[in-house]
Design a protein around this ligand. Sequence first.
Ligand SMILES: C[S@@+](CC[C@H](N)C(=O)[O-])C[C@H]1O[C@@H](n2cnc3c(N)ncnc32)[C@H](O)[C@@H]1O
Length: 418
Amino acid sequence: MRVQTLLRRATGLTVSKSVAERAVRQRMERTGQTDSEAYLDTITPDEMTQLVELVVVPESWLFRDPQAFYATVELVKERWSRGRTTRIASIPCAGGEEPYSMAMALRDANVPKQAFSIDAYDLSPACIERAQAGVYGRNAFRAQDVAFRERYFTHVADDAYRIDEALRAQVSFRQGNLLQFDTRAMGKQYDVIFCRNLLIYFDKPTTRAAIDTLSALLADDGMLLAGYAEVPSFCQHGFAPLQHRQAFALKKDDGKPPVPAPAPAPVAPLKKPALRSVPPSPTPAPALAPVRATPAAPARTRPVSVPAATAAVDLLAEARLLADRGMLREAGEQCHAHLARAPEAAEAYYLLGLINELAGKMDLADDYWRRCIYLQPDHYEALCHLALLAERNGNHTAATTLKARAARIYQRRQATGQ
Ligand SMILES: C[S@@+](CC[C@H](N)C(=O)[O-])C[C@H]1O[C@@H](n2cnc3c(N)ncnc32)[C@H](O)[C@@H]1O
């Protein structure tokens, strides 16, 4: 539909037909137009802005998913102890709830204001105006603990609270479309970026473009805070999870020190290069290519002998070791040996999936990962691999469902500290 395409081009947002049509109807009523084609033919940039205001979802509240703010406080303090300031960005910031929460958390932790800066952007000029005003009603105070309202807000009217002026001055608000940021001019200017609850409204190519932009804006040692359902998308596009409980924090995946997986697999990952138990990178095969290129140590050119008394789990550890050395056939054999003893070992199927992926046998990989999640429905890594595979095969609906399922598991594990 034409208006949906126009809106996607202008904002990146995937807007449903009914929402798009309703927005056009509303604007036509306002502007006195009667023909929707004529309205769209003559739409000006200003009118487009008005139309966009009707489709954005500026849903936010103060201290939403608060662990992200506490993880950032720790990072700012640590950097400040080394004399380094921290540049923080909130993209998108909606009505300012997120960047102000950040400022409050830093104030609560007695972090001096010269230790950080906070920039906040949103596509919607109306959101930026609200953010700059800093006045909030009860919807903004949905957090479990709202004691901060007493500390940082003044009750100015019935259901209206204004934020402390000094906090307001700590945040620089700007209107901006993430997809149109001039990353060349801006450079890697942020140490921490909050990009929460935006990618969920984007289609796959737009998600990719947005993540590329965020990556270009983030310092190489920076931290990115995502919405919980967005973690798998970041993991598929060059980011790796950081272990901050319930913060949904990520870093650029430089392949350097092994990133602690959000949910440790039963078999501990080996040091790199190794089959990883973290979510898949965008191009798993190249990432693992060094494994194949690494010449196998002479002592390992024949199958590893396994003592009779070896516990079943050791077979899997051996299988990982063999696969990491490029000995895929032997690794597969160890997995099957393990399955002969423990036919319901989901981890063995997961590993067989990785081994077949390395061998380029994607159908088999898909089959093994499916068996894995049949046996263990909350196997996060297998779900992420299956989502990636579905996407590569053009099956976007399945990919979305799998990603959402993986995200739910990720969230649950973070919540329980598993
Ligand atoms: C659901 S809010 C998220 C706010 C906040 N990050 C949070 O998690 O509470 C989504 C916001 O994204 C903004 N937005 C949509 N498309 C955008 C784009 N291309 N660039 C920047 N902001 C955008 C909308 O205006 C809306 O305020």
